[in-house]
Design a protein around this ligand. Structure first.
Ligand SMILES: [Zn+2]
Length: 189
Protein backbone atom coordinates (compact mmCIF):
# COMPACT_ATOMS: atom_id res chain seq x y z
CA UNK A 1 0.00 0.00 0.00
CA UNK A 2 1.24 3.44 -0.88
CA UNK A 3 1.07 6.04 1.83
CA UNK A 4 2.22 9.61 1.67
CA UNK A 5 4.16 11.25 4.44
CA UNK A 6 5.22 14.82 4.35
CA UNK A 7 8.01 16.73 6.02
CA UNK A 8 7.82 20.46 6.08
CA UNK A 9 11.09 22.29 6.58
CA UNK A 10 10.38 25.75 7.85
CA UNK A 11 11.89 29.04 6.78
CA UNK A 12 14.93 27.67 5.09
CA UNK A 13 16.69 29.23 2.14
CA UNK A 14 19.09 26.36 2.11
CA UNK A 15 18.04 23.41 0.04
CA UNK A 16 19.30 20.53 2.07
CA UNK A 17 18.03 17.26 3.45
CA UNK A 18 18.76 15.90 6.93
CA UNK A 19 19.05 12.20 7.63
CA UNK A 20 17.82 12.88 11.18
CA UNK A 21 14.67 14.57 9.95
CA UNK A 22 13.86 11.71 7.57
CA UNK A 23 14.51 9.22 10.35
CA UNK A 24 12.46 10.91 13.06
CA UNK A 25 9.78 11.70 10.49
CA UNK A 26 9.41 7.97 10.00
CA UNK A 27 10.31 8.11 6.29
CA UNK A 28 13.26 5.71 6.54
CA UNK A 29 11.33 3.08 8.47
CA UNK A 30 8.42 3.05 6.04
CA UNK A 31 9.82 0.84 3.29
CA UNK A 32 7.81 1.08 0.08
CA UNK A 33 6.45 4.44 1.10
CA UNK A 34 6.48 7.74 -0.70
CA UNK A 35 6.98 10.99 1.13
CA UNK A 36 7.70 14.58 0.37
CA UNK A 37 9.75 17.51 1.58
CA UNK A 38 8.49 21.03 1.24
CA UNK A 39 10.67 24.08 1.82
CA UNK A 40 8.84 27.14 2.92
CA UNK A 41 9.61 30.73 3.75
CA UNK A 42 6.79 32.07 5.83
CA UNK A 43 3.68 30.67 4.19
CA UNK A 44 5.24 30.52 0.74
CA UNK A 45 6.37 27.17 -0.64
CA UNK A 46 9.77 27.75 -2.21
CA UNK A 47 10.75 24.21 -3.22
CA UNK A 48 9.64 20.64 -2.92
CA UNK A 49 10.84 17.14 -3.64
CA UNK A 50 9.29 13.71 -3.66
CA UNK A 51 10.96 10.81 -1.93
CA UNK A 52 10.55 7.08 -1.84
CA UNK A 53 12.02 4.55 0.58
CA UNK A 54 13.18 1.46 -1.32
CA UNK A 55 14.70 -0.12 1.78
CA UNK A 56 16.09 0.98 5.13
CA UNK A 57 19.37 1.50 3.28
CA UNK A 58 18.21 3.14 0.09
CA UNK A 59 16.01 6.09 -0.69
CA UNK A 60 15.21 7.83 -3.92
CA UNK A 61 14.49 11.52 -4.29
CA UNK A 62 12.92 13.17 -7.31
CA UNK A 63 13.07 16.90 -7.91
CA UNK A 64 13.04 19.47 -10.65
CA UNK A 65 16.20 21.14 -11.95
CA UNK A 66 15.65 23.66 -14.74
CA UNK A 67 12.27 22.09 -15.51
CA UNK A 68 13.72 18.61 -15.81
CA UNK A 69 12.98 15.92 -13.29
CA UNK A 70 16.08 14.50 -11.63
CA UNK A 71 15.99 11.19 -9.82
CA UNK A 72 18.72 10.52 -7.29
CA UNK A 73 19.31 7.37 -5.29
CA UNK A 74 20.90 7.84 -1.89
CA UNK A 75 22.33 5.12 0.30
CA UNK A 76 21.52 5.26 4.00
CA UNK A 77 23.57 3.77 6.80
CA UNK A 78 23.15 3.57 10.58
CA UNK A 79 25.41 3.79 13.60
CA UNK A 80 24.33 2.56 17.03
CA UNK A 81 23.76 5.10 19.78
CA UNK A 82 25.14 4.57 23.29
CA UNK A 83 21.73 4.63 24.89
CA UNK A 84 20.14 2.34 22.36
CA UNK A 85 18.62 2.89 18.97
CA UNK A 86 20.61 4.14 16.00
CA UNK A 87 21.45 7.26 14.09
CA UNK A 88 20.82 7.45 10.35
CA UNK A 89 23.37 8.85 7.92
CA UNK A 90 23.44 9.48 4.20
CA UNK A 91 26.30 8.13 2.15
CA UNK A 92 27.33 10.85 -0.26
CA UNK A 93 28.48 9.85 -3.75
CA UNK A 94 32.06 10.53 -2.60
CA UNK A 95 31.68 7.86 0.08
CA UNK A 96 31.48 10.22 3.06
CA UNK A 97 28.97 9.49 5.79
CA UNK A 98 27.07 12.69 6.42
CA UNK A 99 23.96 13.95 8.16
CA UNK A 100 23.17 16.66 5.63
CA UNK A 101 23.12 16.74 1.84
CA UNK A 102 23.02 20.12 0.14
CA UNK A 103 21.60 20.98 -3.22
CA UNK A 104 24.57 21.96 -5.35
CA UNK A 105 22.81 23.17 -8.45
CA UNK A 106 22.34 19.73 -9.95
CA UNK A 107 22.34 17.11 -7.18
CA UNK A 108 22.24 16.75 -3.42
CA UNK A 109 25.80 16.21 -2.20
CA UNK A 110 27.73 16.56 1.02
CA UNK A 111 29.21 19.87 2.06
CA UNK A 112 32.64 18.86 0.91
CA UNK A 113 31.57 17.83 -2.61
CA UNK A 114 29.38 20.91 -2.80
CA UNK A 115 32.20 23.25 -1.95
CA UNK A 116 34.47 21.67 -4.53
CA UNK A 117 31.88 21.96 -7.27
CA UNK A 118 30.77 25.36 -6.18
CA UNK A 119 34.29 26.71 -5.99
CA UNK A 120 35.44 25.27 -9.32
CA UNK A 121 32.33 26.46 -11.12
CA UNK A 122 33.05 30.06 -10.15
CA UNK A 123 36.81 29.69 -10.20
CA UNK A 124 36.73 28.90 -13.91
CA UNK A 125 34.53 31.84 -14.77
CA UNK A 126 36.42 34.13 -12.42
CA UNK A 127 39.64 33.20 -14.21
CA UNK A 128 38.10 33.85 -17.61
CA UNK A 129 36.61 37.19 -16.60
CA UNK A 130 39.82 38.34 -14.90
CA UNK A 131 41.89 37.34 -17.94
CA UNK A 132 39.60 39.29 -20.27
CA UNK A 133 39.76 42.36 -18.05
CA UNK A 134 43.54 42.20 -17.89
CA UNK A 135 43.71 41.94 -21.67
CA UNK A 136 41.57 45.05 -21.98
CA UNK A 137 43.71 46.99 -19.54
CA UNK A 138 46.75 46.12 -21.67
CA UNK A 139 44.93 47.26 -24.80
CA UNK A 140 44.06 50.57 -23.16
CA UNK A 141 47.64 51.15 -22.13
CA UNK A 142 49.13 50.22 -25.49
CA UNK A 143 51.18 53.09 -26.79
CA UNK A 144 50.04 55.30 -23.93
CA UNK A 145 51.43 53.84 -20.70
CA UNK A 146 50.77 57.03 -18.74
CA UNK A 147 47.02 57.05 -19.24
CA UNK A 148 45.09 56.47 -16.07
CA UNK A 149 42.95 53.46 -16.75
CA UNK A 150 40.01 53.46 -17.15
CA UNK A 151 39.34 57.17 -16.73
CA UNK A 152 41.47 58.49 -19.58
CA UNK A 153 41.01 57.77 -23.22
CA UNK A 154 44.39 56.67 -24.59
CA UNK A 155 45.73 59.40 -26.90
CA UNK A 156 45.68 57.42 -30.10
CA UNK A 157 42.43 55.59 -29.50
CA UNK A 158 39.30 56.73 -31.29
CA UNK A 159 36.52 57.98 -29.03
CA UNK A 160 34.07 55.45 -30.43
CA UNK A 161 36.46 52.55 -29.75
CA UNK A 162 37.10 53.87 -26.26
CA UNK A 163 33.38 54.00 -25.47
CA UNK A 164 32.82 50.49 -26.79
CA UNK A 165 35.72 49.09 -24.76
CA UNK A 166 34.64 50.94 -21.64
CA UNK A 167 31.17 49.50 -21.97
CA UNK A 168 32.51 45.93 -22.26
CA UNK A 169 34.89 46.55 -19.40
CA UNK A 170 32.11 47.74 -17.11
CA UNK A 171 30.04 44.69 -17.94
CA UNK A 172 32.96 42.39 -17.14
CA UNK A 173 33.62 44.29 -13.95
CA UNK A 174 30.00 43.87 -12.84
CA UNK A 175 30.10 40.14 -13.55
CA UNK A 176 33.41 39.84 -11.75
CA UNK A 177 31.96 41.46 -8.62
CA UNK A 178 28.90 39.24 -8.84
CA UNK A 179 31.07 36.11 -9.04
CA UNK A 180 33.07 37.20 -6.03
CA UNK A 181 29.89 37.78 -4.07
CA UNK A 182 28.59 34.37 -5.08
CA UNK A 183 31.86 32.67 -4.31
CA UNK A 184 32.45 34.24 -0.92
CA UNK A 185 28.84 34.79 -0.01
CA UNK A 186 26.87 32.22 1.89
CA UNK A 187 24.27 31.19 -0.62
CA UNK A 188 24.17 27.54 0.26
CA UNK A 189 26.36 27.21 3.30
ZN1 LIG B 1 30.43 14.07 -0.94
Amino acid sequence: MFTQKSLRLMASDTLCIYSNALDTGGCLASVGTGWGITWTTGSEVTNRLRGFTHSANEIEIDYMVHEEEVSQTIQVTYTPLHYGGSKAWFLCECGRRVGVLYFTGSRFLCRHCGEIRYASKYENELDRVSAKMLKMVRKFREGDPDSRFPDDKPKRMRRKTYRRLMHSYCELDARWRELLREKYGSEYW
